[in-house]
Design a protein around this ligand. Structure first.
Ligand code: SF4
Length: 258
């Protein structure tokens, strides 16, 4: 279900600079996300489309310093409804015409539609891939293009001179480590110059929904995973930072940790 809503603000300032995504401002054309990944707290039945975001931005951006805008910090700016309504495209064009550098985060290949804008502006695109295992991806990210298809998006953008990187997000203990070296290797081959990563966090309803799916579809890891998250929303005692650092170093990729 989709609802058109008026937004209070079009652009939000980050205190200092976002340490992970390197932006000074955040713009989200949508609230919640129809790509419905099982592990995400933005996955909802009802998606809010901010119909007046462009008008808000025009009013709010006049006096702002031209620092990096993160487009799609908590919801995917290229989620399914964007193909019909095109709000992200309008917002992106406006930001670039106004001289803002833009950092886009997405799991969707729909971003290729806007390659004409991306290649002309000061833009960085981070494509998120948590695993190359098609089965696991289809269980956890059923509406998102396959991981290999997302690598192809990286390649296409990079061939068009857009700076690209990969977000290995979220890292799920016992489930996504296996293909991690290959993600880094193939992302590098596709033109990525950096890696962002972060561990799965499980809070509130997402925790219930996530373990429902794991119990049903991948029960072999369920009890070990539950133990890691027993009294924490982060995986307690699980840390593969060193391994990721080594992998990225061996491929000459910059690394940011969330
Ligand atoms: S695409 Fe991103 S924002 Fe959308 S549901 Fe998946 S993880 Fe959440």
């Amino acid at each position: 279900m989709y609802r058109w809503v008026s937004c209070g603000r079009g652009i939000v300032s980050v205190r200092g600079e976002d340490p992970l995504f390197g932006g000074r401002y955040i713009v989200d054309p949508y609230q919640k996300c129809d790509l419905s990944c099982v592990y995400c707290d933005s996955a909802e039945e009802c998606i809010y489309i901010k119909h007046d975001i462009l008008e808000r931005l025009k009013a709010e951006c006049k006096d702002l310093e031209r620092k990096t805008v993160i487009l799609g910090s908590s919801t995917d700016p290229y989620q399914i409804i964007e193909r019909r309504v095109g709000i992200t495209r309008k917002v992106l064009r406006f930001l670039l015409e106004e001289g803002f550098p833009v950092h886009i985060l997405t799991k969707s290949c729909l971003i290729e539609r806007d390659i004409d804008l991306l290649r002309r502006g000061d833009v960085r695109v981070t494509v998120s891939i948590s695993t190359l295992d098609e089965r696991i991806s289809s269980i956890l990210e059923p509406k998102v293009p396959s991981p290999r298809r997302r690598l192809e998006t990286l390649r296409r953008l990079s061939m068009d001179s857009v700076e690209v990187g990969v977000a290995i997000f979220p890292i799920i203990p016992f489930l996504t480590e296996r293909t991690l070296p290959e993600i880094v290797e193939l992302a590098k081959e596709a033109g990525a110059s950096y890696v962002i990563y972060g561990y799965l966090e499980l809070k509130g309803d997402v925790r219930i929904r996530f373990f429902d799916v794991i119990d049903r579809s991948i029960p072999s890891i369920s009890s070990r995973l539950r133990e890691l998250y027993r009294d924490s929303f982060r995986p307690k005692g699980y840390n593969i930072d060193g391994r990721i650092r080594e992998i990225c170093k061996s491929h000459g990729l910059r690394l940011f940790h969330g």
